[in-house]
Design a protein around this ligand. Structure first.
Ligand code: GLU
Ligand code: ZN
Length: 315
């Protein structure tokens, strides 16, 4: 099997990231799998190369290693999404050739007004299919005024998947309403497209990531189907929150690994606190454990069925 960690370098790595890398790393290593690190710097405005490098430094400082990715190489030409844009373009073109996409000229205000409308079921809808039925001449005319975004033409269908942590999931995607963006008007490729192409090309068979991404899974499964590829197994881990319900990742300052390091925290202490949350070690006031020792222990998946875990007062 093959697992991966795919962080976005928009700031210094924080405990929320380490939580995910820990769970995915242990799962892969315990199955004697291959572990991949991929830097998801596809959002060229928000991502910074320096944050990517700092993130890799912090992973190394914590003791993580990987078999494929930045600094170690592998069969892919690059493990930075910003250097893989031509691959996304090729797939987008081929979907276009199969008439599975269409240009959307709607402006942000229009799309946002749809997104804020009450939504049905669990999925937040972002669109209403407005540009799906434009005629060729209408498209040509609008092309002269504006670079469109590209959406996938969704055929209504229901997706089931069994999330290893969160259990059975069922989502319905509806044609038109759920036509999602593959490339934005500003030329940026969408997360859903890039993540699926990369996971396919890198041969990933198990995805461990935050619960906040659970709702993106049906779109990604949709793309796996279109591309004729087998989807990975998913494990959506609970988010770490404080007692006010805020995600730890939003309070960057107090919980970056850089900060903890400056406060003389050692890797084994950081790993110990997180390991306790996953039931890997008994509760204690001063938990410490190394990655090697953690590899000998099994994760309590009961604890990971939650949507979030409160970690107030620890860090
Ligand atoms: N790059 C995404 C993030 O940092 C994770 C993508 C994924 O694991 O599918 O939130
Ligand atoms: Zn549109």
């Amino acid at each position: 099997m093959k697992g991966r960690f795919a962080p976005s370098p928009t700031g210094y790595i924080h405990l929320g990231n380490v939580w995910i890398v820990l769970l995915s790393y242990l799962s892969t290593r315990q199955q004697q799998g291959t572990y991949v690190v991929r830097i998801e710097d596809i959002d060229l405005q928000r991502s910074k190369r320096d944050y990517g490098e700092a993130l890799l430094d912090d992973l190394e400082w914590l003791g993580f290693d990987w078999d494929e990715g930045p600094r170690v190489g592998g069969p892919q030409l690059s493990y930075w999404q910003s250097e893989r844009l031509h691959l996304y373009d090729e797939v987008l073109q081929s979907l276009g050739d199969r008439a599975l996409t269409y240009p959307c000229f709607c402006n942000r205000t229009r799309v946002q007004s749809i997104a804020s409308a009450p939504h049905r079921g669990e999925i937040v809808h972002h669109y209403d299919g407005h540009c799906r039925h434009l005629t060729i001449s209408e498209v040509e005319k609008r092309m002269e005024e504006k670079v469109p975004s590209y959406r996938v033409k969704v055929e209504t269908g229901t997706f089931y998947f069994d999330d290893i942590y969160q259990g059975e999931q069922c989502y319905t995607l509806q044609g038109g309403i759920d036509d999602f963006v593959l490339r934005r008007g500003d030329g940026m490729y969408a997360y859903n497209l890039a993540v699926v192409i990369d996971d396919i090309q890198m041969g990933i068979t198990e995805v461990v990531r935050g619960q906040d991404l659970l709702d993106t899974t049906p779109q990604q499964l949709y793309l796996y189907n279109l591309l004729g590829a087998v989807s990975p197994r998913y494990s959506h881990a609970p988010l770490l929150i404080d007692s006010d319900g805020h995600r730890l990742s939003k309070r960057q300052q107090s919980i970056t690994i850089r900060e903890l390091r400056a406060l003389q925290w050692e890797p084994n202490r950081i790993l110990g606190e997180l390991a306790m949350l996953a039931g890997l070690i008994q509760p204690s006031s001063n938990p410490r454990i190394s990655l090697d020792e953690l590899l000998e222990r099994s994760i309590n998946t009961e604890l990971l069925k939650q949507k979030s875990i409160i970690v107030d007062g620890v860090f």
